[in-house]
Design a protein around this ligand. Structure first.
Ligand SMILES: Cc1cc2nc3c(=O)[nH]c(=O)nc-3n(C[C@H](O)[C@H](O)[C@H](O)COP(=O)(O)OP(=O)(O)OC[C@H]3O[C@@H](n4cnc5c(N)ncnc54)[C@H](O)[C@@H]3O)c2cc1C
Length: 449
């Protein structure tokens, strides 16, 4: 039986380890946290809202605990604010299948224990570079799934594929209980995004928390140095919550009544930091000359804005497991590692990376066109506007379809015409007129008040 080592017990490492174990490999997993540490003394590494392809792999591996308890994320609403305080357009789209955001601490705790129960070996240690070399010597293949920790830097940044060399946002996450399970007239439980041009994005994700169950994960993606970039001084969850209240009051005041009752879900349920979106080479050569490969955030590190990191890590885990099985008895050499990653990147990973990067930049003209043409989607009606909104919402689960539509105005026009059965210009003009009418009514109401 071929021996495989996995370093890191986040989503990507554990799914890779389980997939390999199920395929009959002798699997050793190295983690610097015990299952208990994950559960009670860790911060969640992110909200990890996952779409159907990722959830399907969890079901396939029998790791779908909480799938029926967590609030199903049926769709998404997005308000686009070109200037602070002004909501210009909104979208209400549905996913084909519900997404789920389950506390990664619950999952890593359970999946670590389950790996041992299924015959995997779990070693609790902080793996150093020298130790990694020793582990690689004992195994046919070693896969590093250490997130963005130091071991990631063994894998050189790929400058051709990495679009940025510095963070595009300062990121904060606060998990709260209290607010109602739906928001802003959404006819279903869904993600809400306030896209505030020049300020950043404030995203509310229905979440399943370790202790509290149904709750909300609030994500703040602040443009560096902008008015939302105030979380840097937070030293506790309560500090982060106070910043969250301030941002909502100042930049998304329409959500303030909904947020009024929010309380911190647990003292560790928050994060503040930043991410430089990075793609790494899939091979690290150790001092001995041995090679190791990587999966998850270690391989591709996303800004969280478009909810792609955990999804990508899961699909990549599945891809690597299949490539290992297909390799038979042949060696897991550097050429195989490169080929395995390149095939994943071309067919899958690059689209998720591009989608995230598109959202980090000002909205494209094709994106604006789609937003105008879908205006009036309400998540209920079955008309052309709704079909466009559903296409956009669903595109987070299928970046390969959404990226071309957001970057190619000709394609965007064709999508609008197919969905609405009318000319793209007519559909966009109608959306623009309705938005203008809504703005006018709001102004008149404000003057009368
Ligand atoms: C605020 C925020 C919101 C997010 N929201 C989403 C979302 O909605 N959807 C989505 O898909 N993604 C989201 N993400 C991204 C997602 O959380 C990550 O992509 C995912 O959790 C990464 O999993 P991983 O297993 O690759 O790495 P990690 O979760 O970082 O796990 C790595 C593990 O390796 C261990 N480790 C590190 N070094 C060593 C060592 N030397 N020895 C032993 N063990 C080691 C660490 O302790 C850790 O347990 C979000 C991220 C953030 C920050």
């Amino acid at each position: 039986m071929r021996k495989i080592a996995v370093v890191g017990a986040g989503i990507a490492g554990l799914l890779t380890a389980h997939g390999l174990r199920r395929a009959g490999f002798d699997v050793s997993l190295y983690s610097d946290r015990t299952a208990e540490t994950w559960l009670s003394r860790s911060r969640p590494t992110g909200s990890a809202c996952r779409f159907e392809a990722a959830l399907a792999y969890e079901r396939e591996l029998g790791l779908d605990g909480w799938h029926s308890d967590a609030p199903g994320i049926v769709g998404a609403t997005m308000g686009y604010c070109p200037t602070p305080g002004v909501r210009l357009a909104s979208l209400m789209g549905r996913h084909e299948r519900p997404a789920l955001a389950i506390d990664v601490r619950l999952q890593s705790h359970a999946w670590l224990n389950e790996l041992e129960a299924r015959g995997g070996r779990v070693f609790i240690e902080h793996v150093t570079v020298a130790r990694l070399d020793a582990i690689a010597a004992e195994h046919d293949l070693t896969i590093v799934a250490a997130g963005k920790a130091e071991l990631a830097s063994l894998f050189p940044r790929d400058p051709r594929r990495s679009a940025y060399s510095k963070p595009m946002r300062t990121v904060a996450m606060v998990i709260v209980t209290g607010p109602a399970p739906t928001i802003d007239g959404m006819p279903f439980t869904g993600v809400k995004t306030n896209k505030l041009e020049g300020v950043g994005e404030a995203v509310w994700i229905p979440y399943f928390h370790r202790d509290a169950g149904p709750s909300w994960s609030l994500i703040f993606e602040a443009c560096v140095g902008g008015p939302m970039d105030i979380f840097g001084g937070a030293r506790s969850g309560e500090d982060a919550l106070a910043c969250a209240r301030r941002v909502i009051a100042e930049s998304a005041p329409w959500d303030a009544p909904w947020a009024r009752s929010m309380k911190l879900a647990d003292p560790l349920g928050w994060l503040v930091g930043s991410v430089t979106p990075t793609v790494r080479a899939p091979v690290a050569t150790l001092a001995s000359g041995r090679v190791v490969t990587c999966v998850g955030d270690t391989a591709v590190h996303f800004d969280p804005l478009a909810a792609q990191g955990a999804n990508n890590g899961t699909r990549m885990a599945r891809h690597i497991v299949k490539a290992v099985v297909d390799r038979g008895d042949r060696p897991f050499d550097a050429a195989w590692m490169c080929d395995t990653f390149n095939r994943f990147w071309e067919a899958d990973g690059r689209h998720a990376y591009e989608l995230t990067n598109l959202f980090l930049e000002p909205m494209t003209s094709a994106g604006r066109l789609l937003l105008l043409a879908q205006f009036g989607s309400d998540g209920v009606r079955l008309d052309g506007r709704q079909r466009i909104a559903d296409f956009i919402a669903n595109g987070f689960a299928e970046p390969v379809a959404l990226v071309p539509a957001l970057t190619d105005p000709t394609l965007a026009r064709r999508i609008i015409e197919q969905a609405t059965g009318r000319s793209w210009l007519g559909a966009a003009a109608r959306g623009a007129l309705e938005i203008a009418g809504g703005q006018l009514r709001e102004r008149i109401a404000a003057l009368r008040a």
